[in-house]
Design a binder for this molecule. Structure first.
Ligand code: E4P
Length: 220
């Protein structure tokens, strides 16, 4: 399973890249807006900086909501760097834009997927990635991970090459469940990456090993 980081924060991306297990990055308009003062003038330079740090798929989202505007913006984004994957919302216009752009060789990540029906449409539209938002489904008392399982089953039934990118991850259990389900990618916020390392027994075990080692040094 590939690990993407779900942030536009340069320091956090550098930290995760330094671990050596990072495969890509996902951003969205909210994440970009948190990191730059003026999206109009700084978005492109910010994306270029991310592409310099991580050599893998970097998702950048359009903000147009009608088909033609999405196509224009998507083409501009894809010119920024060969690793840019254009994110489009899963709407009627987004789907039409996906068909057109995917045929033209642009990698598309269809975002805001909340149902298996939407996931089926985006696979037929030629999306490289489908992003089910599991945390937001959990927030409204649906089991987000059941959607991931359904999508994986549908894609397997028809050999769709679209990769399932588990998004809106809130905690380490989401990451483990995504792996158990067989998701292709999980995009993880920095705070959740930190939590993946944590186990109290690891800390206690290490403390004991070092204490025993120290005792023996004093004896000698
Ligand atoms: C995915 O690509 C999105 O950026 C992200 O996972 C959204 O997550 P949220 O529900 O925590 O905003």
């Amino acid at each position: 399973m590939k690990f993407f980081i779900d942030t536009a924060n340069i320091e956090k991306i550098k930290e995760a890249a330094a671990l050596g297990i990072l495969d890509g990055v996902t951003t969205n308009p909210s994440l970009i807006a948190k990191e730059v003062t003026d999206v109009e003038t700084e978005f492109e330079a910010h994306l270029k900086e991310i592409c310099r740090i991580v050599d893998g798929p970097i998702s950048a989202e359009v903000t147009a909501i009608e088909h033609q505007g999405m196509v224009v913006e998507a083409k501009q984004l894809s010119q920024i760097h060969p690793n840019i994957v254009v994110k489009l919302p899963t709407t009627r216009d987004g789907l039409k834009a996906c068909v057109e752009l995917a045929r033209g060789g642009i990698q598309i990540n269809m975002t805001l997927v909340f149902s298996a029906a939407q996931a089926l449409l985006v696979a037929k539209a030629g999306a490289a990635y489908a992003s089910p938002f599991i945390g937001r489904l959990d927030d409204i008392s649906h089991v987000g991970m059941e959607l991931v399982q359904d999508i994986l089953q549908i894609y397997e039934n028809y050999d769709y090459p679209t990769q399932v990118l588990v998004a809106s991850v809130r905690h380490p259990v989401h990451v483990v469940e995504a792996a158990l389900a067989g998701a292709d990618v999980v995009t993880i916020p920095p705070a959740v990456i930190d939590k993946l390392f944590k186990h109290p027994l690891t800390d206690i075990g290490l403390e004991r090993f070092l204490a025993d080692w120290e005792k023996s040094r004093k004896r000698g």
